[in-house]
Design a protein around this ligand. Sequence first.
Ligand code: ZN
Length: 165
Amino acid sequence: MSHGSEGGILDEVPPPYPEPAAVPVRECGERLVDLRDVPALRTATPGSVLLRLGVVDRLVTAQTMLPEGLRLLVLGAYRPSPGLRCTGHETGAAADLTLCRADGVELWPGATDPVAAEQRHTLSEALSVVGLSNYPAAWWHWSHGDCSWAYLRGAGHARYGPVRR
Ligand SMILES: [Zn+2]
């Protein structure tokens, strides 16, 4: 990770609202895809980066909507839940995302300047169009089909529950 003082932000706190945990899950059984097998998407780590197939498809589509010269950069994806803490990452349906340039230079739109705000808007637009929802307190955290998404979208039930590996 190259975020310097921003490091550690990906250890997210649980959502401040309890409602998502009450959303029922109808697990669809979709497999996890390793992004090392998806050359269209870039990852910040060299190892295995896993996401549900339907989420991968949406990210590939979202990337085509970015302005020329920009790509998605996946900072985090599936990780088992430590105990009872629920972040969405344990479902394989949540990804931590930022933008990078085509030459690989990572953008970090967490700053407060207008350029960063515009980059966050660009990221947000592309991901919203393909059906991902943002965890409101973390601009980099997006998901589709997990409990948080179902709650935010009023979807009635989640498609993806926790995955144990
Ligand atoms: Zn996250």
